[in-house]
Design a protein around this ligand. Structure first.
Ligand SMILES: Cc1cc2nc3c(=O)[nH]c(=O)nc-3n(C[C@H](O)[C@H](O)[C@H](O)COP(=O)(O)O)c2cc1C
Length: 292
């Protein structure tokens, strides 16, 4: 009786509560679907795994007591060769001319490369600066044809789905000038593959404690740039590639630990004799430079 007389006092809060719940449900649903939709917002399984791991590691960080990894480092005189401004200008020109000839190559000959050259290029990449000198990189060098075949199988399977379902019309449209698709012959044709893994963190050798790798993304990207220029300087060619959604499978195949994320894969070697590249131009200085 009481309820029937005063039903409107009950109905209004109940309706408001149900509307609020429906709104929350809609917003959450939208967030999840956004996670898989447009290119700019596309989260790959690699990225989702990484976000999850970072969430875990930040809660770890709160629990653990951090101590510096590099303590009491002695400071030593800088080794620095003084050269004249004229010599500097000359060298900067020569280096620019050299680097301006670098191109991404997608057609590799099977001509072999002495492994020492690759070792030197990777050593050069290892000279990169890194956040708090954490050196958050692992380079996996693959020469074994069997391993290259397995890498190719993983990548081609994912790339077919990427091209047909995940990337969408705009992305695949933007890739048309490069004539790429999910068939990656270069993965077995190139004499070497270099897979660059960024380490999100590591463990200290001395006591096994977790070591944070600050700015590991920026650090590995700088190292990759140095590697690409070292490869070019050595008279070889490379292809900077980012196999979408293949990170966990390739990490497992290569036996890398969970704190390492695949960042780039570079086939390295010589181009085929009839190799062609897209006839693209680079932005002039005026377009990329702002000076004050
Ligand atoms: C981060 C990054 C990812 C790339 N991923 C791919 C890729 O997956 N496949 C590919 O064929 N090229 C890839 N490229 C190569 C670019 O298409 C190429 O650098 C660009 O077209 C400019 O050509 P250039 O390197 O010859 O100057 C990538 C380049 C960068 C920097």
């Amino acid at each position: 009786m009481f309820f029937l007389m005063y039903w409107q006092f009950f109905a209004i809060p109940i309706c408001a509560f149900i509307s609020l719940k429906l709104l929350q449900h809609y917003v959450n649903g939208k967030k999840i679907s956004n996670l898989h939709q447009s290119e700019s917002e596309l989260k790959t399984t690699d990225q989702v795994a990484e976000i999850k791991e970072n969430e875990d590691s930040s809660s770890d960080a709160e629990e653990e007591e951090w101590t510096p990894s590099l303590e009491n480092v002695e400071h030593v005189p800088l080794i620095f060769d003084v050269i004249s401004p004229e010599e500097s200008l000359k060298r900067s020109n020569i280096y620019y001319e050299l680097m301006n000839k670098r191109r991404t190559v997608r057609h590799f000959s099977d001509r072999d490369v002495p492994v020492e050259i690759l070792h030197n290029c990777i050593k050069t990449a290892g000279t990169s600066p890194s956040g708090a000198h954490t050196e958050p990189w692992t380079f996996v060098l693959v020469k074994s044809l069997e391993m290259k075949r397995q890498i190719r199988a993983i990548i081609e399977e994912e790339e077919e789905i990427n091209y047909k379902k995940r990337m969408g019309k705009v992305w695949t449209g933007d890739l048309k000038p490069f004539r790429t698709n999910w068939i990656k012959e270069y993965l077995t044709e190139a004499p070497y593959l270099i897979l660059m893994f960024k380490q999100t963190h590591s463990y200290r050798q001395s006591d096994g404690r977790k070591k944070l790798h600050y700015y590991n993304e920026q650090s590995i990207c700088i190292s990759a740039g140095i590697l690409i220029s070292a490869i070019h300087n050595a008279g070889l060619v490379s292809l900077t590639s980012t196999p979408l959604n293949c990170g966990p499978a390739l990490r497992a195949l290569l036996g890398r630990p969970k704190n390492e994320k695949l960042t780039l894969l570079l086939p390295v070697g010589y181009p085929t004799n009839d190799c062609q590249v897209p006839g693209i131009a680079r932005k002039p200085l005026e377009e990329i430079l702002v000076e004050f």
